[in-house]
Design a protein around this ligand. Structure first.
Ligand SMILES: [Mg+2]
Length: 245
């Protein structure tokens, strides 16, 4: 029986756009000079700092709140902003940024339709994410997608194990009572998502909305509508026409 498990950020919801606009909005009062022509570079700096500290967190070297505070401290240092004076001030800074992002968060346009097409054919659906459960639960509810999924597994549900650890993909299959061999995992990160899933024994699919060169080793789709089409073509999903007969 086919099961489909999906990544959340930049797979189901357009987090990159929400982060970009949320950061600009959050900086507009304390540091308006950062939100003009040079903002692309500022965003690049924010993302580099994010990558370093999130990576430390996913390797279990720092806590969830601690990595957020470290990101803000590094960012303020990089742009000579007034340093955050306390953990509390850093937490408030992050909460403001997060609220700005979440207010802008939206699913990609084809997502609701594609998930409905899978649900209509009885495919159990799950989400597996390297973010925190509480954060991801809120994103799914805010974007109206939560009820589509039988399971949501996040890094803190898995004892700190993060993709591409094979245990995370297998845990998601088990939660849906599916077998890895007939489970499809789709996400926007080629290595962490698609290749990680393949190494765990699942069918890994790369979602590349940007049209980059196709890798030779994993199937690639450009949208979730494309995923449904690929599943049909691969004989994993009954085409809708047949269903109607
Ligand atoms: Mg992602």
């Amino acid at each position: 029986v086919l099961t489909v498990i999906l990544d959340l950020d930049d797979t189901l919801v357009d987090f990159a756009t929400a982060r970009r606009d949320g950061l600009r909005d959050h900086l507009s009062a304390p540091a308006p000079w950062l939100t003009g022509d040079g903002f692309t570079e500022v965003l690049g700096t924010w993302r580099r700092i994010e990558q370093v500290h999130v990576d430390q967190y996913l390797r279990g070297r720092t806590g969830f709140r601690e990595q957020r505070r470290a990101r803000i401290r590094d960012f303020c240092r990089a742009y000579h902003l007034a340093p955050v004076s306390s953990d509390r001030a850093a937490d408030d800074w992050f909460a403001g940024f997060e609220a700005s992002c979440e207010a802008r968060l939206a699913p990609f346009p084809e997502v609701a339709h594609a998930l409905a097409a899978l649900a209509q054919r009885g495919v159990p659906l799950g989400v597996l994410s390297n973010n925190r459960h509480e954060v991801q639960e809120r994103k799914l509810r805010r974007t109206g997608l939560r009820d589509r999924f039988a399971t949501l597994l996040c890094v803190d549900d898995l004892g700190g194990a993060a993709k591409p650890d094979p245990r995370t993909f297998r845990a998601a299959c088990a939660a849906l009572r599916g077998e890895p061999a007939t489970a499809v995992y789709v996400g926007d990160d080629l290595d962490t998502d698609a290749r990680g899933a393949v190494r765990a024994g699942l069918i890994g699919v790369w979602l590349d909305r940007a049209g980059r060169p196709r890798p030779g080793d994993v199937p690639t789709v450009s949208s979730l509508t494309g995923l449904v089409g690929w599943l049909e073509d691969a004989g994993l999903l009954m085409p809708a026409r047949q269903l109607e007969r």
